[in-house]
Design a protein around this ligand. Structure first.
Ligand SMILES: Nc1ncnc2c1ncn2[C@@H]1O[C@H](COP(=O)(O)OP(=O)(O)OP(=O)(O)O)[C@@H](O)[C@H]1O
Ligand SMILES: [Mg+2]
Length: 255
């Protein structure tokens, strides 16, 4: 069953009467439980598409369906992560994780249990009472994952969540997300990245977008079975697929 479906999506920004067409005729289907990544050149419209899927960006043309209903505005069942963890500096780790539940005004005690469990699963149980400035960049992004998941969202949207981290921490975050996904999450995810290897390791499918006005030109199935481990990145087939994607992306950036 298609869970998220875009038909002829278009986005025109019109700042001060100077129209910029970001997306042009974007068509895709994401099944429930799939992990899909988007690769594409900078400024092509990836974040725009992700924000549309969150119900936070207006659609200029076309139809976006989520769980069988047209997208009309922000949805409560969406968790989001950005490149910047955007934690509230005056709140403790546990209160940052609980923040979406407080906004949604749901009873906090059952959610608190979930928040504890999430923080334990990312190795931050001992830091619940700390404030964000006492944490490393990778730890802050782990808090941000827990916050995105605390309301048990059916859709997880991630916009370059690990791009600001150093290479080793980024690899560790990939493994963490892979493990979380395989052990307990398995919901529907849309993940934007500029890293081909990260996309191949984490995803079931990869959408390749063109330069602006962007459309999805390739829909690549990642054939590796789950559970996956980081050793997959040393596999010949893994590297062959990365090379194939690289040349596809170079082609799609031309012209
Ligand atoms: N609020 C806005 N008003 C006007 N133009 C915008 C707005 N948001 C994005 N754009 C334009 O739309 C285009 C797509 O932007 P978007 O942020 O979606 O790209 P992106 O693929 O996420 O880029 P990057 O890889 O650099 O994050 C860009 O040309 C950008 O300047
Ligand atoms: Mg972006």
């Amino acid at each position: 069953m298609s869970f998220i479906r875009g038909d002829g999506l278009r986005k025109v920004y019109d700042p001060g009467g100077k129209a910029v067409e970001a997306l042009h005729n974007v068509n895709f289907i994401i099944e429930k439980g799939e992990f899909v990544s988007i690769l594409g050149p900078s400024g092509c419209g990836k974040s725009t598409l992700l924000m549309m899927c969150a119900g936070l960006e207006e659609i200029s043309d076309g139809l976006l369906m989520v769980a069988g209903a047209p997208m009309t505005g922000p949805r409560g069942d969406v968790g989001i992560m950005f490149q910047d963890p955007t934690l509230l500096p005056w709140k403790t780790v546990i209160e940052n994780v609980l923040f979406p539940a407080r906004i949604a005004r749901v009873p906090i005690e059952p959610v608190r249990e979930r928040a504890h469990a999430l923080l334990r699963s990312v190795g931050l149980h001992a830091f619940e009472g700390h404030r964000p400035h006492e944490l490393s960049g990778g730890m802050r992004q782990r808090v941000s994952i827990c916050r995105a998941l605390v309301n048990d969202p059916s859709i997880l949207l991630m916009d370059e969540p690990f791009s600001a981290l150093d290479a080793i921490t980024r690899d560790q975050m990939n493994v963490l997300l892979l493990d979380l996904w395989q052990q307990q999450l398995a919901r529907t995810a849309l993940f934007i990245t500029h890293s081909i290897r990260e996309a191949v390791l984490l995803s079931d499918r990869i959408f390749v977008m063109t330069r602006r006005p962007a459309t999805i030109v390739q829909n690549v199935v990642v054939p590796f079975s789950r559970p996956r481990s980081p050793e997959l990145t040393e596999d010949v087939e893994f590297n062959r697929l990365c090379g194939h994607l690289r040349s596809m992306i170079e082609d799609s950036h031309v012209g």
